[in-house]
Design a protein around this ligand. Structure first.
Ligand code: C2E
Ligand code: MG
Ligand code: MG
Ligand code: MG
Length: 297
């Protein structure tokens, strides 16, 4: 009897686990084929100067156009791609596509802006990112100063001593390096100084309640000061409201990215923004006090 019960339990769990792992395996196989089937695509979100309101860059954000599931968010498949190592070929596709697209827009005479590409920690383990970046720049003909690589704190701090050399080699290619989601991971300030960085991105979790929550406000102001103190520029992510924009602008934040100006857009729509040289119109109430202007410039 006991034997039969445990046998049933085993069958029960095993069936449930099978359903879960089959679903996962299924998704993994589909993701594996997504690249060759041309199901991956990039959206582009503009990055705006808080000095003159101009588009100074764009972040390439991955989407998966699944035949049945529709447009799948990276939050739903990047973790699986990272666990399975598929992020290595997918990340290579993203880098190549973003550089080729940017080069094509510049060749068509559109205003030249940088493209920022997200990199996972796993990509640095799976391949030589310096060699790959050099190769992609050569193949696409993109001027390196128009490529920005977004690193995470975990990629940078995971093997920090070795990563110093990686940042220097990437910097040697002429690309821009930034730390994404800054403030949400573990950063050692002494390493932050030793990495060859250009920019910090204030995570959107601090921007979201920057106006209501004094702690988030204090963190944002401190990250701006930290970045500037280290000779880096700073961009805020997830800016959705006029109040957030005003707060950041009056505190000397250099750039912003967020739904207040634009969501991530399909290539054709982003191209239209560039073509029109669309600008961020600062709200009248945001006129900066003279003193702040002096401090900022
Ligand atoms: P991330 O790099 O921090 O990108 C910013 C995310 O915030 C994007 O989500 C963007 O759509 C969203 N966002 C921008 N402005 C606003 C705003 O005003 N409000 C709100 N609520 N959200 C805003 P998305 O496109 O879903 O990407 C999520 C994450 O997936 C990215 O976060 C990044 O970590 C990862 N990811 C996206 N594309 C790639 C890729 O090509 N490679 C890798 N390794 N990761 C990627
Ligand atoms: Mg990013
Ligand atoms: Mg981010
Ligand atoms: Mg993020």
């Amino acid at each position: 009897r006991t034997k039969a019960t445990s046998g049933n339990n085993f069958l029960f769990y095993s069936a449930e686990m099978n359903a879960h792992s089959l679903e996962r395996l299924n998704m993994e196989n589909e993701l594996r084929r997504a690249v060759e089937r041309n199901e991956l695509l990039l959206f582009y979100q503009p990055q705006m100067s808080l000095r003159n309101g101009e588009i100074i860059g764009m972040e390439a954000l991955l989407r998966w156009q699944h035949p049945l599931r529709g447009l799948v968010s990276p939050m739903e498949f990047i973790p699986l791609a990272e666990e399975t190592g598929l992020i290595v070929p997918i990340g290579e596709w993203v880098l190549r596509t973003a550089c080729a697209q940017n080069q094509a827009w510049q060749a068509a005479g559109l205003p030249a802006v940088a493209v920022a590409v997200n990199l996972s920690a796993r990509q640095f383990e799976g391949q030589d990112m310096v060699a790959l970046t050099a190769q992609v720049l050569r193949e696409t003909g993109l001027d390196p100063s128009y490529l920005e690589l977004e690193l995470t704190e975990s990629a940078a701090m995971g093997n920090a001593e070795a990563f110093i050399g990686v940042t220097e080699a990437l910097k040697g290619l002429g690309v821009t390096l930034s730390i994404d989601d800054f403030g949400t991971g573990y950063s050692s300030l002494s390493y932050l100084k030793r990495f060859a960085l250009d920019r910090l991105k204030i995570d959107q979790s601090f921007v979201r309640d920057i106006v209501q929550n004094p702690d988030s406000a204090a963190i944002a102001v401190t990250v701006i000061a930290l970045a500037h103190g280290l000779g880096l520029s700073v961009i805020a992510e997830g800016v959705e409201t006029e109040a957030q924009l005003n707060f950041l602008r009056t505190r000397g934040c250099d750039e912003m990215q967020g739904f207040y100006f634009s969501k991530p857009l399909p290539g054709a729509e982003f191209e239209q923004l560039l073509r029109e040289r669309r600008k961020l119109v600062f709200p009248a109430a945001a006129e900066l006090p003279v003193q702040t202007l002096l401090l900022v410039d």
